[in-house]
Design a protein around this ligand. Structure first.
Ligand code: FAD
Ligand code: NAG
Ligand code: NAG
Length: 587
């Protein structure tokens, strides 16, 4: 029997925490348990893949997603923040105590990831930056596969994009699922850009391609509302494609192998708090898109991982691979900058009000279109090369509740307000690890980022912090605003001369926190002769048939900007490679 005739219905199971409905079929009807493709994780990459693999109608696609449909309030940037600490929509992974990060909170760095349809793209701060061409050229070098070079990836970036930003050019895509735009509302953005120009930097498109420059943040946003992988890629087709099915609240537990071929996925649904285990089979491929934390966890629990981890956890091995070993992330030190004009800043209690809510709904802009008051960014180099090693993000607000909380110990007058610049090391050399909890492999993985442990990373950070201060102290734009940095915020740094190199290092260690750009835990490399690689350049798990990883974990080196644009390009490219594979081989 033709596989496609097995399920002629749209079978779409949606569970909101309290009820469940299935469209296109009755709940009693047996649900088809075999699909061409099973995608584990309906996140940023997963929703994009689901859309592309189901486009032709030739292949049946199942998405297993651990979370539920995002709350519509997540589309409103200013309201989205309240979901970040809500386990129904986000997961928080606490790092092991770090030596060089977030010491003001005991060195425990919380790393967040979306756990909802759309994944991290649904809860993110929407900043849309491709990274530098050099990032992708490095991947091509590492894998020996030129198709990863920036000029060859460009079409995939473009296909994901519907560009409506301030820098239209042939670098951009139009008509793609992810609308990218620049809201008018951007606290202190004009001052930021003018200060950059004063210091001699060009104002440039951060994606066009990236160069040393100052830029506004552009966002995955349409009419002021969040565009996620769910709202951009999946929602427009969900329910109208008989060959596409999504099961929500479905957590994959284990990959099932027949010899060295991945054939199925065991998963658990938790509907109305009733756990129920099921298995689905894939006729063609299983694709892991569970993100930088959970794709490696699933591989290890299924017997693919480093020998020492599998042995210590007592997991029967399927294949020894370097899973979880190349963990990278972007960490940013925060410098508080006090300015003397409160009206220029975004102050949540003042700026979110019925008038601005009405404006948001009519015009799609204003304070409700901001996620905490970011406006300007910059790509700078501490070494004078033309490849940036620092990204600066300027937050024109006293804080982002639940993310970058307002600092209470800054002494200032009533007319002043604290803003913050985040200094982020874009191409860190430090490498961390993610392993299973060996005493309880079902609990959260053990994540040790080793942030800023490579001395080069720390040097770049300190130099970057010093360069950032020039923006606030050496430009008329910020001098006019009385910009100043408060002293004595960190008791542990009082032994260092204020603003000396060792002071900045101490300041970085106290404040550096994650921007949630984890990458590299299932890194790609050369297929056979690269012991560090988990997947090859076609994203196939080395030595295993029918299994790919497609998400941020395959990046061998993290890109030098926020990750979502790169994840979309990876997913677009992967869908081409997968469809190509099944076009050329008769099944
Ligand atoms: C709060 C926050 C803010 C961010 N801000 C920005 C930003 O402004 N700009 C930017 O470019 N990037 C940003 N990022 C980073 C970016 O969003 C991520 O790097 C990127 O979205 C990761 O995509 P992914 O496909 O690898 O994983 P995800 O999008 O995280 O998708 C993983 C999916 O798998 C699901 N899943 C996990 N385990 C299982 C399982 N066992 N079974 C079934 N499903 C499972 C999850 O629920 C999730 O839907 C931010 C991230 C966060 C968390
Ligand atoms: C603050 O900035 C606004 C907008 O530029 C300006 O109108 C106002 O006069 C400034 N206030 C002070 C106290 O400088
Ligand atoms: C492993 O899990 C156990 C039980 O949940 C917990 O007590 C322990 O702290 C965890 N170990 C690590 C290293 O996180």
């Amino acid at each position: 029997m033709e596989l496609s005739s097995i399920y002629v219905h749209v079978v779409l199971m949606i569970s909101f925490s309290s009820f469940q409905f299935i469209t296109g079929t009755t709940p009693q009807e047996p649900v088809s348990q075999i699909f061409d493709f099973v995608i584990v994780g309906g996140g940023t990459a997963g929703c994009a893949l689901a859309r592309r693999l189901s486009d032709s109608g030739e292949h049946s696609v199942l998405v297993l997603e651990a979370g539920i449909i995002p709350d519509p309030d997540l589309d409103v940037p200013a309201l989205a923040l309240s979901f970040l600490n809500n386990p129904e929509y986000s997961a928080t992974y606490y790092s092991t105590p770090q030596k060089n990060a977030e010491l003001e909170n005991g060195g425990i760095v919380p790393f967040k990831a979306g756990r909802t349809l759309g994944g991290s793209s649904a809860v993110s701060s929407m900043m849309f930056n491709r990274g530098h061409p050099n990032d992708y050229n490095t991947w091509a070098e590492i894998t020996g596969d030129r198709s990863w070079r920036y000029e060859n990836l460009l079409k995939h970036f473009q296909r994901s994009e519907n560009y409506a930003g301030a820098f239209p050019s042939d670098q951009h895509g139009r008509g793609g699922p992810i609308t990218v735009s620049l809201p008018e509302y951007g606290p202190l953005l004009n001052e930021w850009l003018e200060a950059g120009e004063f210091l001699g930097y060009p104002i440039a498109d951060p994606n066009g391609p990236q160069k040393i420059s100052f830029c506004p943040f552009e966002y995955s946003m349409q009419f002021g509302r969040h565009v996620s992988s769910y709202t951009g890629y999946l929602k427009p087709v969900l329910g109208s494609r008989p060959n596409l099915k999504v099961i929500l609240s479905a957590e994959a537990k284990k990959i099932i192998f027949k010899d060295n071929q991945a054939v199925g996925v065991q998963y658990r649904t938790n509907i109305n708090d009733i756990p129920s285990d099921s298995v689905v089979f894939a006729k063609k491929e299983i694709i892991l898109s569970a993100g930088v934390m959970e794709s490696p966890v699933l591989l290890m629990k299924s017997g693919i991982g480093p020998k020492h981890v599998l042995e210590a956890a007592g997991i029967p091995p399927v294949k020894y691979l370097n899973v979880g070993q190349n963990l990278q992330d972007h960490i940013a030190a925060r410098i508080d900058i006090v300015i003397n004009n409160r009206s220029l800043a975004y102050i949540e209690e003042r700026d979110l009000n019925p008038r601005t809510w009405k404006y948001f709904n009519q015009v799609g802009d204003g304070p409700y279109a901001t996620y905490g008051g970011f406006g300007g960014q910059a790509y700078i180099s501490t070494t004078g090369t033309n490849i940036p090693d620092i990204q600066l993000s300027y937050m024109g607000s006293p804080g982002v509740p639940g993310l970058f909380p307002e600092r209470s110990n800054i002494k200032m007058s009533d007319s002043e307000v604290a803003t913050s610049v985040f200094v982020l090391v874009t191409n860190p050399l430090s490498r961390g690890t993610l392993t299973l909890n060996l005493t309880d492999s079902n609990s959260s993985p053990v994540v040790d980022f080793q942030y800023l442990t490579n001395p080069t990373d720390m040097k770049i950070m300190v130099d970057g912090m010093e360069m950032a201060m020039k923006i606030f102290e050496n430009t008329p734009q910020f001098k006019q605003l009385g910009a100043r940095i408060p002293q004595n915020l960190f008791p542990n740094c009082e032994q260092f001369k204020f603003r000396s190199g060792s002071y900045w290092e101490c300041h970085a260690k106290q404040t550096a926190t994650s921007f949630f750009h984890g990458a590299g835990t299932c890194a790609m490399g050369k297929r056979d002769d690269d012991p560090s690689a988990v997947v090859d350049s076609k994203l196939r798990v080395n030595g295993i048939g029918g299994l790919r990883v497609v998400d941020a974990s395959v990046m061998p080196t993290v890109t030098n900007a926020n990750l979502q644009a790169a994840v979309y390009a990876i997913a677009e490219k992967a869908s081409d490679m997968i469809l190509q594979r099944w076009r050329t081989v008769q099944n």
